[in-house]
Design a binder for this molecule. Structure first.
Ligand code: NAP
Length: 415
């Protein structure tokens, strides 16, 4: 058992174990939880109540999450004198699956984002963002219900591992001279220069995860989104390596879009997942105009950044968008919005994003029925127009609920 400096592991509950290439989930897994700063307290309380009730109802008390409070951000500063103590990393590494509220990134003072640090140190290379519509949520498009995508965005390379040199510095002058001379280029002397790496390793592990998800959850297609027409050896290579991986490792499960037309007359053979690719600019158009032709998406970092928010906007914005950062086994499930400090402890904000991230966590534990129960109950609550202030101000005839009341309404709708 790992030793913690200032944490006491709950007496009840068992650790999730890794067995071969899968997780072995006990009936009472210990799940570390970071409450988070600002509105974290309110939304985490609401989320834990909703998740606990759904698990209890679904499994008649035979399964239960044993929450284990760990610390980051302001709470960690108070307890440890630092914002991200070693205990926190060790707890997530050891117990494998964790839930996290939003954390403040102090401006200035040489702080790195705590969220980025957690992802990097724990090697959480896939940022996963499911985007689906809940009936009645105000949306800027005519058919928001057509959106049901899961985006796998690469989390460690591309612009996240980008290196830049500022215009006018000795370093950039040296680099430009060398490039112009060695490769007979004509880069302007007053340029800033950036380099972005995309590797086979980073690409394959991301796309493998996306395809495995598509197989496990019976999804229809995996679309690789890239800008390979312009950046052939990074973005274009992402696509090429992706097709190779798909046909090498998942031959029995997949058909490429080319094969679909050359061999199957455009009709998807029973049980096969279509592997296709789209250029990023075209994809941003298609996700609006042919929304339901897209299902699982795998993409390098920057494209994924744009696409995640564009998709979320179509179904009513970021307030309800869940997310997770996942590595080979470790899964850190988190709200995608920030700490909204002006609403701290006001019991006002929408806990939807964190609750839905909790649903992703339940699916990761393979407790899918409990997640389904929450999706249905939350859908029903929104249909009844019982919502928090953010949706209330956009919906006609709605009832405004506090964070805690909204959680209670979801629980009530679990029947
Ligand atoms: P923010 O905390 O996401 O809040 C911006 C606005 O979004 C809020 O004022 C509110 O809008 C709305 N909002 C956010 N969460 C909501 C919720 N649960 N329910 C209803 N409305 C919600 O963004 P920010 O003000 O730019 O950032 C504040 C702090 O959070 C910063 O320190 C930032 O670094 C951090 N942050 C953390 C994460 C993370 O931990 N993953 C992510 C992003 C930002 P209205 O006032 O219009 O109602």
């Amino acid at each position: 058992m790992v030793k913690f400096d200032k944490l006491t592991v709950p007496a009840e509950g068992k650790k999730i174990e890794i067995k071969g290439d899968r997780l072995n989930i006990p009936d009472n897994p210990i799940i570390p939880v970071i409450e988070g700063d600002g509105i974290g307290r309110d939304i985490m309380k609401a989320t834990r109540r909703v998740l606990d009730t759904a698990v209890e109802k679904t499994f008649n008390g035979k399964k239960k999450i044993v929450w284990f409070d760990i610390y980051a951000g302001e709470a960690a500063q108070a307890k440890y004198g630092e914002v991200l103590p070693k205990d926190t990393f060790e707890a997530i590494k050891h117990f494998i699956v964790a839930l996290k509220g939003p954390l403040t990134t102090p401006v200035g003072g040489g702080y790195r984002s705590l969220n980025v640090t957690l992802r990097q140190v724990l090697n959480l290379y896939a940022c996963v963002r499911p985007v689906r519509y809940f009936e009645e949520v105000p949306s800027p498009v005519k058919h928001p219900e057509k959106m049901n995508v899961v985006i796998y965005r690469e989390n460690t390379e591309d612009v996240y591992a980008g290196i830049e040199w500022a215009e006018g510095t000795p370093e950039v002058k040296k680099l430009i001279n060398w490039l112009n001379k060695t490769y007979k280029l004509n880069i302007r002397a007053d340029s800033g220069v950036g380099i972005k790496p995309i590797s086979i390793t980073g690409t394959e592990r991301l796309i493998r995860k996306a395809i495995k998800f598509a197989i496990e959850f019976g999804r229809k297609s995996v679309t690789m989104v890239h800008k390979g027409n312009i950046m052939k050896y990074t973005e274009g290579a992402f696509r090429d390596w992706g097709y190779k991986l798909a046909t090498r490792e998942f031959r029995d499960h997949v058909v490429t879009e080319d094969e679909l037309w050359s061999q199957y007359d455009g009709k998807v053979p029973e049980g096969k997942i279509v592997i296709k690719d789209r250029i990023a600019d075209s994809m941003l158009q298609q996700i609006l105009t042919r929304t339901d032709e897209y299902d699982v998406v795998a993409t390098p970092n920057l494209n994924g950044d744009y696409l995640s928010d564009a998709c979320a906007a179509q179904v009513g914005g970021l307030g309800m968008a869940p997310g997770a950062n996942i590595g080979d086994f470790i899964g850190l499930f988190e709200a995608t919005h920030g700490t909204a400090p002006k609403y701290t402890d006001k019991d006002m904000v929408n806990p939807g994003s964190l609750i839905l991230s909790g649903c992703m966590m339940l699916e990761y534990l393979d407790w899918r029925e409990a997640a389904e129960l929450i999706y249905k109950a939350m859908g029903e609550t929104i249909r009844q127009k019982r919502v928090t202030y953010d949706l209330h101000r956009l919906m006609e005839g709605a009832t405004k609920l506090k964070t805690s009341e909204y959680a209670s309404a979801i629980i009530e709708n679990m029947g």
